[in-house]
Design a protein around this ligand. Structure first.
Ligand code: URA
Length: 294
């Protein structure tokens, strides 16, 4: 029996055969698939089977003199599904193909709530450490590079205390476009759940390519997106989480540290998270480093 879900599966298998590795479903497609799942839960059959159509009256046709051969048409794309195809053979080429997909990423662009400029990632794609932030702001949009404004300067200091430069780690954002506001000047806003969901396949593809030994989720937006958790940063920090087998440490966003510049206790919490990351990466830690912000 040709079930509606088969059309979706045919399409996804065909895309997979063409090299697609990630897929975005818009809310309607998501709801549609859920409905199909309900429909087919009963052993793959609709609950009340439709009556068999009456057999058509027998007719004979004359065979054409030569069979006409046509290539099988690719299955049509079901509405609301966007696939991401990674191309290239080297890591750099593959990442460039994700960057290219991000530029024209329809699930994000079609929302109409994100700005035009796409800001991808920076740093070393072979690094064992990946840091994921929220979304570009005014400064990042201008320079087309994540974390170059005041929060980025704070992040640079944290990395320096760990013994890294920003060129030695891979830094990206969950959302690749600056969230738009009315009469926007330099003000920024956090991304909405729809904006996060729309961009998720992009960061997932980056993580699959980079395969870092450890991910730091900077702030609640990154943590919510990567871990699909509604818990606060305070609840999530202090232990290891998992993203497809990769350990994730959640910490406060650098801009939160900027807002609590004189709060040494918060700085110490962030630093303890980074010490845990350094231990996980088996990096040397001096006694002086262990005592920072105590
Ligand atoms: N905040 C983020 O989360 N990301 C940036 O790139 C800049 C500020």
């Amino acid at each position: 029996m040709n079930r509606p879900v088969d059309a979706v599966l045919d399409y996804l298998r065909a895309q997979q055969g063409r090299g697609s590795t990630h897929v975005h479903l818009d809310p309607e497609a998501r709801a549609g698939l859920r409905a199909l799942q309900e429909l087919t839960r009963n052993g793959g059959r609709p609950q009340a089977p439709a009556p068999e159509p009456a057999a058509p009256p027998e007719r004979t046709f004359e065979a054409p003199s030569a069979p006409v051969r046509t290539a099988p048409a690719p299955p049509p794309r079901p509405a609301g599904i966007t696939t991401l195809t990674i191309t290239g053979s080297t890591l750099e080429e593959k990442l460039a193909s994700v960057r290219h997909a991000a530029e024209n990423w329809a699930p994000a662009r079609s929302l109409g709530t994100l700005r035009e400029t796409m800001v991808f990632a920076t740093g070393d794609p072979t690094s064992r450490l990946m840091l994921v932030g929220e979304a570009p702001g005014h400064d990042e949009e201008r320079k087309r590079e994540p974390f170059v404004g005041p929060a980025g300067q704070k992040l640079d200091l944290i990395l320096k205390a760990m013994g890294f430069t920003r060129q030695q780690v891979y830094i990206s954002n969950i959302v690749k476009f600056r969230p738009a506001t009315a009469r926007q000047a330099t003000n920024n806003r956090p991304p909405t759940p729809d904006e996060i969901t729309a961009c998720l396949p992009l960061i997932e593809a980056e993580i699959d390519l980079i395969k870092p030994a450890c991910i730091v989720a900077l702030g609640g937006t990154a943590a919510t997106g990567l871990l699909a958790s509604a818990q606060s940063v305070t609840a999530l920090r202090g232990s290891w989480h998992d993203f497809r087998g990769i350990p994730v440490r959640v910490t406060y966003h650098p801009s939160y540290l900027l807002r609590s510049e004189h709060d040494v206790a918060t700085k110490r919490k962030v630093w303890e998270d980074m010490l845990a990351v350094m231990e996980r990466l088996e990096l040397p830690i001096s006694e002086k480093q262990r005592r920072f912000f105590q």
